[in-house]
Design a protein. Structure first.
Length: 328
């Protein structure tokens, strides 16, 4: 049933995407903020309490609702899965920025592309050279595709196989949102709102995302240049500060043959690349980037193709598992 739920959710999301400023986002902001205000009294362990409440309660509540519905009707349970996936999984939750930036670059309007990138990622992109602009768009788009599609997909399939419906999708989405929510003040204001909450939420999301990020990287290798993707994974993943981001970006860079990472724009994403903090690790990119061609406009289309081929790959594997389960 997980195959049909994901397929229907992706189709519906393509036909009727959530608007940029939607009630789901506002609800998540209110919920995580409420948990922080009411369960954090300043002690070390309270950060874990806040994280458990903000992430665990929504997941367990929806799992209980799913089990109750599943007891009465398989069809209603499927529809419930689709509804939850529609809110947690999908390209259109981030792709409008990618599409608008690509259209601006197609028109030759680099100033508009930089403005859109700054609005999307909340940093000053006004002085980025064209190559760095393209690199940032590619990197952020790959990570967004993983967090909005593949990460949710893998956790949903796992928990759905265990009979817990959309629990995995909700846990992954809430963990990702919580890590982003508590880190946002640090990026926008320069001072974190709560060091403990930021540390706990990012640590837990890194743990939850450990396996999905490597499955995403493996999928990119299978549907791209496998040998180069695996070599880049092994050689270049350590260029990024966060290991989960490193394996995804290094694999994708090798799969399509594009330079990612590097230290050509210090201060733009200081939390993303080791090149900003400790200099490049062993080459081949003299500036700390991966091997391959400098980012060009054509690479944006290559990345779209890579992501969609990977979606088809994982959907086919889930379809085969579903078919084998039905036959068995």
């Amino acid at each position: 049933m997980s195959f049909f739920a994901v397929l229907l959710a992706l189709v519906i999301e393509q036909l009727k995407p959530l608007p940029r400023d939607n009630w789901v986002h506002h609800g998540l902001v209110s919920w995580v903020g409420w948990a922080g205000r009411n369960f954090d009294a300043g002690r070390e362990h309270h950060a874990w309490v806040v994280w458990s409440v903000s992430v665990g309660v929504p997941g367990l509540l929806l799992a209980a609702v799913y089990l109750a519905i599943h007891h009465w009707s398989l069809l209603l349970a499927l529809l419930f899965d689709v509804a939850v996936l529609y809110l947690t999984l999908g390209f259109r939750q981030f792709s409008h920025y990618y599409t608008d930036i690509r259209d601006a670059l197609d028109r030759g309007d680099e100033a508009e592309a930089r403005r859109l990138l700054a609005e999307w990622r909340h940093f000053d992109a006004s002085e980025l050279p064209r190559t760095e602009l393209l690199r940032h768009v590619i990197e952020h788009s790959l990570l967004a595709a993983h967090r909005h599609v593949f990460g949710v997909f893998f956790w949903f399939v796992l928990f759905s196989t265990l009979g817990l419906g959309p629990l995995g999708a909700v846990l992954y989405r809430m963990a990702e949102f919580s890590a982003r929510y508590w880190a946002y003040p640090a990026k926008s204001l320069g001072v974190p709102a709560n060091e403990r909450l930021m540390e706990v939420s990012q640590k837990m999301f890194a743990l939850i995302d450990h396996v999905p990020s490597r499955l995403t990287a493996f999928g990119f290798a299978v549907v791209g240049n496998f040998e180069e993707a695996i070599n880049a994974w092994r050689r270049d993943a350590a260029r990024w500060k966060h290991a989960n981001e490193g394996v995804i970006l290094a694999s994708a860079a090798g799969a399509v043959g594009v330079q990612l990472g590097g230290n050509a724009a210090p201060g733009v994403t200081p939390d993303r690349s080791r090149g900003f903090e400790a200099g490049p690790v062993e080459d081949p990119g003299a500036d700390g980037s991966t091997a391959g061609d400098p980012p060009q406009l054509g690479h944006l289309r290559s990345i779209v193709g890579l992501v969609w081929r990977s979606v088809v790959l994982w959907m086919l594997l889930v379809a085969l598992l579903t078919l084998a389960n039905l036959v068995g």
